[in-house]
Design a protein. Structure first.
Length: 148
């Protein structure tokens, strides 16, 4: 059995990969604007159409194909597209795709719950979740000092 998430070989041709841009510029912390570097990369990207198609179906967070999270929500609603996350819920077996069960989580990026989900799933922690965890730890240590 061959395990594949979604066929993404087009991503290697994206400006974000060719220029080896840092991933965190495409995942701004909660309340922050997308970096201009990310905006410019997406504007000139040769795989923007494929990236948008992928993002509409599989990406809930981040800046993809020149669209923000909220812009993709609006596009999905108007096109009646439902998101299939996480991508790993598809396996390829005997010439057909079949969906496997996946536990849904409501943890949001930029929260301590989001950080904990990254840890549970053993996925790369996004900067927004790292920032949330760091702020939480600072508060915890501050409260601990005051209590003692």
């Amino acid at each position: 059995m061959i395990q594949h998430k979604v066929k993404n070989d087009w991503q290697s041709q994206g400006i974000c990969r060719v220029r080896q841009l840092p991933v965190d510029i495409f995942f701004p912390a909660q309340g922050e604007k997308v970096s201009q570097e990310a905006v410019f990369a997406c504007e000139d990207c040769p795989v923007q159409e494929k990236c948008l198609e992928h993002a509409l179906r599989h990406e809930q967070y981040g800046y993809w194909a020149g669209t923000t999270e909220s812009q993709r929500v609006s596009i999905r609603k108007s096109l009646k597209i439902s998101i299939k996350t996480p991508q790993s819920n598809y396996t390829y077996s005997e010439d057909k795709f079949k969906q496997t069960s996946v536990r849904a989580s409501t943890a949001l990026h930029g929260t301590v719950s989001g950080y904990n989900k990254h840890m549970r799933d053993r996925t790369r922690t996004c900067q927004a979740c790292k920032d949330a965890k760091a702020a939480d730890m600072r508060e915890y240590k501050k409260r601990k000092r005051v209590a003692s």
